[in-house]
Design a protein around this ligand. Structure first.
Ligand SMILES: [Zn+2]
Length: 186
């Protein structure tokens, strides 16, 4: 009976480890063992709930190791009026996103949403002005409406959720991703 007992202990430890990174294992089949649910909640997202759903679909399609679904409140989606959109990551897959209603009238709301969720999924900003890079945020200008992570960005997220890289799990607040364009009223 030693081995089964050890298996239970290991399973408990594995569950605790996944809980620590805010993820839930999907099923128990080895093939899906690496997939982590990222449970988002749009009850406070107001007019941006639909964008959150679209962003979740984009991330699900772009990655192999995460499954975003409305299965809990690991990731809350909020909105506000003014002050800028931002993301607060408590740990990998855990935190909240705040969408600035006014900012979303200047920049693509879907790009903002997908970008801010990208922070929750472990990505830092990369203000290189390249519209093909999701995490370039507002540096790519208001004309950039690309809501898709690059292959490299998606692969990076997959690597975080495969290995739970420690650097990606540290708590961090991301502000200023969408600076006001020149000539804008706000
Ligand atoms: Zn950002």
């Amino acid at each position: 009976m030693r081995l089964p007992r050890m298996s239970r202990i290991l399973a408990t430890l594995a569950a605790a480890a996944m809980a620590a990174i805010g993820a839930v294992a999907v099923g128990s089949a080895p093939a899906s063992a690496a997939v982590r649910n990222v449970c988002y909640n749009t009850s406070q997202a107001g007019p941006f709930a639909g964008y959150a759903n679209q962003a979740a679909t984009i991330w699900n399609n772009a990655t192999n190791n995460i499954n975003m679904a409305q299965c809990g409140s690991n990731l809350m989606i909020y909105y506000t009026y003014g002050g800028g959109s931002y993301a607060v990551r408590n740990s990998l897959g855990n935190g909240y996103v705040v969408i600035d209603y006014y900012q979303a009238q200047q920049y693509s709301p879907l790009r903002i949403m997908t970008h801010e969720i990208g922070h929750i999924l472990g990505l830092p900003d990369n203000y290189n002005g390249n519209c093909a890079i999701l995490m370039s945020g507002g540096s790519a200008g208001t004309s950039c409406t690309n809501p898709y992570p690059s292959a490299g960005e998606a692969a990076t997220v997959d690597s975080y959720f495969r290995t739970a890289v420690r650097s990606a799990t540290t708590a961090q607040v991301f502000t200023g991703s969408w600076p006001a364009p020149v000539g804008a009223l706000r």
